[in-house]
Write a protein that binds this ligand. Structure first.
Ligand SMILES: O=C(O)CCC(=O)C(=O)O
Ligand SMILES: [Fe+2]
Length: 320
């Protein structure tokens, strides 16, 4: 399927030798729409298929078993009955610092390989940003972003989210959409969608366009933290999941990998002549104590989580 012409498909093959060309394409996409597809990435096809099989095995468990699984922070913007999700943090040499359901624990090596492969792709995307932004060598050059995204740093907050949208249409769930309009919190997100489409993105900030599934391509988008950090140069674009006729009879599965810098990373101005030098526009809800200093990636993530939680609580109160 061909995507909407606004969402470019970027060929990441031979990244080392083609990095300048790739970097320019990534910058163009992210300053214009905030989304692009990667084709010819480094994540083996069977690794992605295995990740989806594992996800299905987990979601197929009896409800009772799933309910005894400590589901990590269920992000607030998503209607509970319309989508189910399970978040995990990095698995490092077989170790993890949060509870994992048995099916995942039994496959933790496979999950670690997948998570590390996602991280390697994220590093390429971050290097592409640094190259295109012409970050000087003495500042860290192409590693300026990637050096603060360390897979083995358990505090980073990098997360993989396995999602299932159980079959059924709008009339089944009495909800207008399957996942409400939102932007992601971190630097970049990789999204894998399996077989059934439904994702839409808010191109030009007003009109919704669909982001179809392109075989073997990964969809990538910029998150709020990177938009903030780049002083609005790189765009964090709203997206949502809508009902499609094929959802009536088919479960929809997706997997997202959300990249986050190390929590202690100060969000200092990016050393690039291309990044606007104006004072950063801080979100109006940002508490005063965070306005008075250079905020860290951890402060920013916590602020995003608190805001999303407060919004979802408010929504629940008004709809109950
Ligand atoms: O399921 C999808 O296709 C999108 C999910 C998403 O945008 C998210 O979890 O942030
Ligand atoms: Fe999202």
């Amino acid at each position: 399927m061909t995507p909407h012409p606004d969402i470019p498909v970027i060929d990441f093959s031979d990244f080392t030798n083609r990095s300048s060309l790739i970097a320019n394409q990534v910058l163009e996409a992210c300053t214009r729409i905030g989304f692009f597809y990667i084709k010819n990435h480094q994540i083996p096809k069977d690794m992605i298929q295995n990740a989806f099989s594992l996800s299905k095995r987990f979601f197929d468990l009896p409800l009772k078993t799933k309910q005894t699984t400590p589901i990590q922070y269920n992000r607030g913007y998503i209607g509970l009955f319309v989508q189910r999700g399970f978040n995990i943090g990095p698995i490092i040499h077989g170790e993890y610092n949060h509870p994992l359901p048995k099916v995942f624990d039994e496959s933790k090596d496979q999950m670690e390989d997948f998570f590390r492969a996602c991280h390697a792709t994220i590093v390429q995307v971050l290097e592409a940003f640094a190259i295109a932004l012409e970050i000087p060598e003495e500042e860290g050059g192409r590693e300026w972003f990637s050096k603060c995204h360390n897979y083995e740093d358990v505090t980073s907050g990098e997360t993989i989210r396995y999602m299932k949208y159980p079959r059924g249409g709008e009339s089944t769930y009495k909800e207008p959409v399957r996942a409400g309009a939102h932007s992601d919190f971190g630097t970049v997100t990789l999204l894998f969608q399996k077989d059934i489409s439904g994702l839409e993105i808010q191109a030009n900030r007003t009109e919704w366009i669909s982001a179809p599934i392109i075989e073997d391509a990964i969809l990538v988008n910029v998150g709020d933290l990177l938009q903030q950090w780049s002083n609005g140069l790189l765009l964090s674009t709203k997206h949502r999941v809508v009902f499609k006729p094929e959802h009536e009879d088919n479960d929809r599965y997706s997997i997202a990998c959300f990249a986050q810098p190390k929590r202690s990373t100060p969000l200092n101005p990016i050393p690039s002549h291309l990044v606007p030098k104006k004072l950063p526009v801080l979100p109006k809800e940002l508490p005063d104590h965070l306005r008075e200093k250079v905020i860290t990636a951890g402060d920013y993530l916590q602020f995003c989580l608190d805001t999303a939680y407060a919004q979802s609580k408010k929504l629940q109160e008004t709809t109950e």
